[in-house]
Ligand binder design. Sequence first.
Ligand code: HAM
Length: 415
Amino acid sequence: MGIFTKLRGMRDILPEEIDIWKKVEQTFIEISELFDFREIRVPILESKYLFEKGIGRDTDIVTKEMYEFKDKKGRDVVLRPEGTASVVRAYIENKIYEKRKIARFYYLGPMFRYDRPQKGRYRQFYQFGIECFGGKSFYFDGEAIQILNITLEKLSIGNFVFLVNSLGCKNCKFKYTEYIKGYLKKIVDKLCNDCKLRVKVNPLRVFDCKNYSCHQSIENIPSIFDFLCDECKEHFDLLANFLKKNNINFKIEHKLVRGLDYYTKTVFEVFCKNQDIAIAGGGRYDYLVKEMGGPDIPAVGFAVGLDRVVALLNQEKRQKDESIYFILLGEQAKIKGFDIMRELIENKIKVEADYEERSISEHLRIANKYGKKLCLILGENEIKKGVVVIKNMETGIQEEIKEKEIVKKLRERLK
Ligand code: HAM
């Protein structure tokens, strides 16, 4: 080991894993683009106040988890802990509402939270997210959930369920929060120290407490559904019907509140069976654009934790290395080899060469260790005869092929 190690909660994603990462990212991009979402790239470094205003001053993310520091001019800046607040800022700052009635965006990249690292929880992690502005119909909520559902199915992630809830509009949410505050005050002695504080600043967050005693104490707490106005109730019922009609596996979870303050009406999370962490979360945030200084425009979106999705797929068997291992024996072979490699590359055949002088048996040992399926061997004899040798590493069979036929034969063998 060298003298430097990575910081706690950070990790290196090595080339062996990259194919799965790309597959996951590309699948989310492909499905989102088919629904006409367009990519937006926002900065990783933003003003601290953006997230205080966006996510909420009293949330765990803002109070405990942001990587914050002063820049050289003394401004308070943070590494973004999530993408929604930044996309809302960009939407308002670039006056996109003047250009499009409905504006759909997707983004992907690293997010940072100074949380306690554990399985599936990192301090730098990666999200893919979508945000859709301008629609208040439940169909937009349904579309977001559908995109997530289609993509997870396409990635063959099995056994996942959407937990859905409604937090109601501003009025319903306020009424319910006040009610819960009163309820919790009566049982405050039974709550843990963190929850005692939550009762004062953010009572609904008591629902997220993992402490057994808190869990028990609120088991029979009245549900938000008793507090929803007719419009919020109808919005939720129509969405639930939509999910049923579209065969989306969901469960209504009255105690789902999510850790960010901007949500109103629909909230949802995706859980995989046997896993205690959410792989994605999202919901509607109809007041955030206005609260951040923009016009009165509703919005809905989600973000998926790419690290967690990749981990689910990583459990599957690793694929064989698909690139050709090119063994070049001697100086002439290296010179000739470059012509052949050029032809392979032009034909989109991946090739890896090691230009060090080694014996053929050492080369073959290396190719085997790397998990290569095919080797291409070129030495002085082959050059004289105008051929190359293809060796199948699984069967051990070797065949001489004419130089002109390399691409054709490799394609057949790679199938
Ligand atoms: P979130 O629930 O905070 O929502 O994060 C979304 C997903 O990011 C989580 O479900 C999880 O898979 C992943 N994630 C969060 N923290 C970590 C971590 N420390 N390590 C690994 N993965 C993590 C949001 O961020 C909202 N902006 C989602 C949204 C978009 N709502 C509306 N639009």
